[in-house]
Design a protein around this ligand. Structure first.
Ligand code: NDP
Length: 419
């Protein structure tokens, strides 16, 4: 019996909301609150009559802390699940603290305006101190640790697939297969085809900012940064086949480097087709990925936001996307003095997701773990005061829930390694 306030009503939120409604014993009441309330109302109309969960909706600007606090105080949820954009993480955390509720999200904080001089000064110091230059990092949200501890509240960060399930896989590997993990390769393969020459599977602005940034990995206690897309490998993914994949900077590398004792190297690879890469390079070269506003016909526009308006809405890709995703982690390390290696992965079929919840697999593989993270926080199994990444909790209830709620996983021993 719990009440959940969900902020955002895009591709990921839609799946998480469907899943909360399937899990109505836990989520007896949900409120869907987003900037465009008509989307929340449409989803409520679609789900009502098919679920025992009571659904209400609200309009909210998640950057308006007093309005958020008022909404939380009026609705009285047990927790807030943030499925808006990373830009709103800090304001939603502030509101949760002010109103005394737990917080869950799927992506770490990123500044919307990267030209803001105050933000830039902190960012440039971090680039020098840490050695990676992505715009997003955990320092902003980890800085809330003491405040959440003092308030006796839990903030669960990054409860999507990657970050999210990849951290849970790591905790599970450490608990059941290794005394010490030495290397982690996170492999994110989307073997799906939506038929467009160019589209992104989740919010285009966030997605393009992530993949056009320099790549980096963690080795021997430090970050190594390389030019974007400069490290390429091939891997033969179970149930998907042979794909090209590229090394990216990714946020869970930062938390796993901190939370996995003795880890020597962590890398993240994502598959991309040639058409995607050619389009992205061209858009980048002409300035369409820029976040700096320009003057156009008497109006200020942000190029990447204009591009977002032109691209297909990821939430509409569901009916067109065929094929499968395979996302998982290859671990090496030692157990009882012996070298071991395992691969834990999930395979998800785009069309099966669409038949179940009307979304493609990228939204599905993020929305399901978001619901599971919220469930474990509200039912108390993953609750402790402070700010935590998923790998800091017992992985077993999460792993069991993944199988139950649509993301079954496989453990393969002695897998083929990435060189
Ligand atoms: P969408 O763009 O589809 O949805 C974002 C939603 O947030 C929209 O409903 C939007 O409203 C709403 N929103 C944006 N700004 C505000 C605001 N100021 N106040 C209230 N609501 C707002 O994004 P996705 O669903 O694709 O992604 C959601 C989150 O999931 C992102 O943070 C993304 O980074 C994360 N993600 C995490 C993954 C993981 O594996 N961990 C993988 C994929 C995504 P409107 O309808 O008005 O635009």
């Amino acid at each position: 019996m719990s009440r959940l306030l969900i902020i955002g009503c895009g591709g990921v939120a839609s799946v998480a909301i469907h899943k909360c409604c399937q899990n109505s014993d836990i989520f007896t009441d949900i409120c869907i609150a987003s900037r465009t309330v008509s989307k929340c109302d449409a989803l409520k109309a679609e789900l009502e009559g098919r679920t025992k969960t009571n659904i209400t909706t609200a309009q909210i600007d998640a950057e308006d802390v007093p309005a958020l606090v008022a909404l939380i105080q009026a609705y009285k949820p047990d927790a807030v699940l943030n499925l808006a954009l990373p830009y709103q993480d800090l304001t939603i955390m502030d509101a949760c603290l002010a109103a005394g509720v737990h917080y869950i999200d799927t992506a770490n904080y990123e500044a919307e305006n990267t030209d803001d001089p105050v933000w830039r000064a902190v960012y440039e110091r971090r680039c020098k101190e840490e050695g990676f230059s992505a715009y997003f990092d955990y320092s902003w949200q980890w800085a809330y640790k003491k405040k959440f501890e003092k308030a006796g509240l839990t903030a669960l960060l990054g409860s999507g697939f990657d970050p999210g399930v990849t951290g849970v896989f790591t905790a599970y590997a450490l608990k059941h297969y290794f005394d010490e993990i030495h290397t982690i390769d996170i492999l994110d393969c989307n073997g799906g085809d939506h038929g467009y020459p160019f589209a992104t599977n989740f919010n285009p602005e966030i997605n393009l900012r992530e993949v056009s940034a320099p790549g980096s990995y963690w080795e021997d206690g430090k970050w190594i940064e390389v030019p974007a897309m400069s490290i390429k490998r091939q891997y033969d993914f179970p149930q998907v086949g042979l794909k090209d994949m590229y090394l990216l900077h990714h946020e869970e590398i930062e938390s796993l480097a901190k939370n996995v004792p003795g880890v020597r190297r962590i890398r993240f690879f994502m598959t991309f087709g040639q058409s995607y890469l050619t389009h992205m390079k061209c858009l980048e070269d002409v300035g369409m990925l820029s976040t700096t506003p320009i003057e156009f016909q008497g109006q200020q526009i942000v190029p990447i936001q204009f591009l977002k308006a032109l691209l297909p809405d990821p939430a509409t890709l569901g009916p067109r996307t065929v094929g499968k995703t395979n996302i998982g982690c290859i671990f090496t390390g030692v157990k009882d003095g012996k070298k071991e290696s395992i691969y834990i992965y999930n395979v998800c079929d785009h069309q099966a997701c669409f038949r179940e919840v009307g979304s493609q697999a990228i939204s599905y593989t993020t929305g399901v773990p978001a619901m599971i993270g919220a469930m474990l926080v509200v039912d108390g199994r993953w609750r402790k005061p402070g700010v935590f990444n998923v790998e800091e909790f017992d992985p077993d209830p999460f792993m069991n829930a993944l199988s139950r709620w649509g993301l079954p996983w496989v453990v393969e021993e002695n897998p083929i390694m990435v060189d």
